[in-house]
Design a binder for this molecule. Structure first.
Ligand code: GLN
Length: 289
């Protein structure tokens, strides 16, 4: 290789910079981080390689592979779908375009669930609209005696959830069922959880490019965003065991309405719990007994 060639041959760091600029130009909001993760995935290198050996020349295969991933991200495909995985709670979950990508604010729902579930009990947990399984499986991972059922009306999402349960060694305690909310479920549970679709019709009309790639089924909450809560709260009283609890994630500005839906079916919601941004994010409480 001549000096001229080696001076211009892409290195890991120059590849990273190139991808970063491309993502910036495409309007991606975290271009530095995304570029690094795409470089790691495409070139098959670890963060440490980039830091300790930044001038390592990239091979043609690496350049092509990184380029292909960068093109997808520049077309605003969500990073988690490109990588096929998303970190949530203390775990990593497989995700696909059939599942919503777990959000950091949803970890608050897991926290609440753990507050509501005494560690020493053989609790039964139900997750309505389980998606990739992030909520239910995170809770089960923290409560070794608990068992759970996850319901979804997407068969493709249930496949992802089952794969996640297997990867986390939780298959024996997690059962996944196809269904429309709680239809056909006659068991009772100590805790009912849900992060249902809650995006309202006006918000659905202006979804950003990444959100448009996520399943509409997991986002669309009907005209006012509250359709799923109506269905869920109609069912919750018959799903709760004596002394059982419920906790649901809500969208910005929905907590008051969801508290009223809970009260209307005889539940006793606590003051909604705010997320780190101060937005009331989880409506929860116990059944009257
Ligand atoms: N958190 C998603 C958003 O950012 C909505 C998820 C849901 O509808 N449950 O809009």
């Amino acid at each position: 290789m001549s000096d001229r060639e080696s001076a211009s041959a892409p290195t890991l760091v120059s590849l990273w910079t190139g991808v970063r600029k491309r993502l910036e130009a495409a309007g991606v909001d975290t271009p530095v981080l995304d570029a690094r993760l795409l470089l790691e995935a495409g070139a098959g290198v670890a963060r440490l390689d980039i830091v300790t050996d930044p001038r390592r020349p990239a091979t043609l295969e690496q350049i092509d592979a990184v380029d292909a991933l960068a093109a997808r991200r520049a077309a605003r495909e969500p990073l988690a779908y490109i990588l096929g995985r998303k970190a949530f709670w203390k775990l990593e979950f497989k995700v696909s375009p059939a599942t919503l990508i777990p959000r950091p604010e949803t970890e608050l729902l897991v926290e609440l669930a753990l507050e509501l579930l005494e560690p020493a009990r053989n609790a039964r947990v139900l997750d309505l609209g389980v998606g990739a399984g992030a909520i239910l499986l995170s809770v089960l991972s923290e409560r070794p005696l608990a068992r759970g059922v996850g319901v979804d009306k997407s068969a493709a999402a249930l496949e992802v959830a089952r794969a996640n349960a297997a990867a986390l060694n939780l298959s024996e305690r997690a059962e996944f069922r196809f269904g429309d909310w709680a239809e056909g479920i006659d068991a009772r549970f100590d805790l009912v959880l849900s992060n249902p679709p809650y995006v309202s019709e006006p918000e659905m009309a202006v979804l950003g490019p990444e959100l448009l790639r996520e399943p509409r089924l997991a986002l669309d909450g009907g005209a006012d965003g509250l359709d799923a809560y109506r269905a869920i709260f109609r069912a919750i009283p018959r799903l709760l065991a004596a002394g059982g609890s419920f906790a649901v994630e809500v969208g910005r500005g929905q907590a008051g309405d969801v508290v009223r839906l809970a009260e209307a079916v005889g539940l006793a919601p606590a003051p909604p719990r705010p997320d780190l941004a101060g937005i009331p994010r989880v409506v929860f409480g116990r059944a009257h007994t």
